[in-house]
Design a protein around this ligand. Sequence first.
Ligand code: AMP
Ligand code: GLY
Length: 436
Amino acid sequence: MSKNVLVIGSGGREHALCWKLSNSPLVKHIFCAPGSVGISSNIKVESVDLSLKDFPAIATWCKEKDIDLVVVGPEDPLANGIVDALIPHGIKCFGPTKAGAQIEANKDWAKKFMTKYQIPTARYQSFSDANAAKEFIKNASYPALVVKASGLAAGKGVVVASSKEEACAAVDEILTDAKYGVAGQTVVVEELLEGDEVSVLAFTDGETVAMMPPAQDHKRIGDGDTGPNTGGMGAYCPCPLITPEQLADVKEQVLQRAVDGLKAEGIKYVGVLYAGMMVTKSGPMTLEFNCRFGDPETQVLMMLLESDLYTIMRACVDGTLKQVQVKWETENCAVGVVIASKGYPETSTKGCVISGLSQVQTRPNVVVFHSGVARGANDSLVTAGGRVLLVAAKRGSLRTAASVATSAAAAIDFPGAQYRKDIAHKAFSNSLAHAE
Ligand code: AMP
Ligand code: GLY
């Protein structure tokens, strides 16, 4: 019997999850709350208007609609306890409880946890007193430091400081000026790590860890990693900047250790555990954990997932992941290029008519995932956010996939559209690259 699924969220990540779930013969209908125009363009998917603050109302709605599985995309509802609220009603949820989500939502807790379970990470200290933090920075033996608000600050709240003065200014901003409100009541000050950043995600049922292929995000707005940070301007997968041996270490020393550690803390962690790794000269080090799928990594990962996503998610929820084979397309690579609106990341321009979409969507193995797109006049699609779309292409090499995705991005237009022309290029120039 095929099932009804509710996906929580509205971004490109959730679009990719709905797209992949819709390919499952086991899934009858997908609701997405709040969803988007792009998400519900699929005949199996419907956007629904549910308040993400009212968990009891979501539980009642799930019962009415006979929802078999709830998949939570973003971190905020997880950190606010959506899973804890739904489970007592007998609703199955793919995503961790509030206690599990602390691994992302409370960096101070996450650093203590990593230290306790010997998960490789940068040296650090936490502070809630600005003077103590600045004193520590002045005396720190490591010259370059990163200052982080401990709580969830909408992807912001991390300052990679190039001098001790800059690090002290960041402490003042976060602790004294309360720039991020309660999220900044504690700061984590840590050693700056150098290397390539790689996102290693895994499915887990709280015991078994099934790794996804490594992916890389591109955080800066400009080509060559220049300009301000963004929510992510593109991603590719697999990322050759981490070796198979290093990946095996990440599985054993980071992901499995974290899941076992969480279990030892009394937390059964179900869902995706995302390890943000820095591949340093002395090996991979953990920058952060996220308690969910990454955006834009998910868009490229879903292009390469061969197995049925619903089956994997149900196995995570049912504690049977060990019995499921999670297969990826090993002969293919996926590259995703984000198209952002004018002024992003400082501002965004809304209401610009988007052209070229239908032409691009007919290209083989090219998929457009919507982030900030709304319905305009006369059935047009218009921009409705900073990051507007991601165009993903799947091909036999990263170089070809990058070239196809980038030319597809060039064919989509609206006034002020910006996209990077070098997504995945780092992978070709690296001597380790098995990207050809
Ligand atoms: P986080 O949310 O902790 O991952 O930090 C956001 C971004 O800041 C990361 O993706 C890195 O680019 C950067 N970052 C965080 N911690 C460090 C560190 N210890 N060394 C260098 N860069 C870092
Ligand atoms: N791609 C970074 C994140 O999802 O947090």
